[in-house]
Design a protein around this ligand. Structure first.
Ligand SMILES: Cc1cc2nc3c(=O)[nH]c(=O)nc-3n(C[C@H](O)[C@H](O)[C@H](O)COP(=O)(O)O)c2cc1C
Length: 172
């Protein structure tokens, strides 16, 4: 795991190539193995691989989501606020776990923030996605994780650059 983390970077440029069905199955398994508070599993996921839908989804925000149109896959991560008051945490854990597992099978990915973001000045990013996919109101949208084979090379962050001053021992 630490080796994966040492190499981990957000990948936003993708090859024009599908992700094999066996790998998609691994991604599904990773999501469903994510831990959740009280094991409630309040999350639900929409796998989007239609080019037309990915193009529409790439417009969910004015900035920071445009690369979705060239991704092989977008995973919409939603959580049921009626079932859990910590759906944000549960959905965040699932989002990062699927990113790490994607990396372990050479698939690049990037988290696209949806919660608390706007599609335009009147419509939230969440409402835009709920409308596009007819998602019920109680299903809150945390993120979309874009995925595809990397068409950009990014080195991992060197250890010397890590902010070790953020770690304190036994006191603030
Ligand atoms: C909660 C969260 C929200 C993020 N939202 C976006 C986003 O909306 N668009 C985007 O391009 N990247 C997004 N990112 C990726 C970050 O910009 C990226 O992780 C950060 O700049 C560090 O770069 P690295 O992942 O390559 O190390 C998000 C990451 C996290 C953890």
């Amino acid at each position: 795991m630490i080796e994966l983390l040492r190499k981990r970077r957000s990948i936003r440029v993708y090859e024009d190539r599908n992700i094999e069905p066996e790998k998609i199955e691994i991604l599904k398994e990773a999501l469903l193995r994510s831990p959740s508070s009280r094991n409630i599993n309040p999350w639900e996921f929409i796998f989007v691989d239609s080019k037309e839908l990915l193009k529409k989804l790439s417009k969910v925000k004015e900035h920071g989501s445009e690369f979705l149109k060239d991704a092989a896959l977008g995973i919409i991560v939603c959580g049921d606020e009626k079932r859990s008051d910590v759906w944000v945490e549960d959905c965040s854990i699932a989002s990062i776990i699927v990113q790490m597992v994607a990396q372990s099978i050479n698939v690049g990915s990037c988290w696209i923030q949806i919660r608390n973001r706007m599609h335009n000045k009147d419509i939230t990013s969440e409402a835009y996605i709920q409308g596009l996919f007819t998602i019920p109101q109680n299903m809150k949208v945390e993120s979309v994780v874009s995925m595809g084979y990397p068409a950009e090379k990014k080195p991992g962050v060197p250890k010397e650059k890590l902010q070790f001053n953020k770690i304190r021992i036994n006191r603030w």
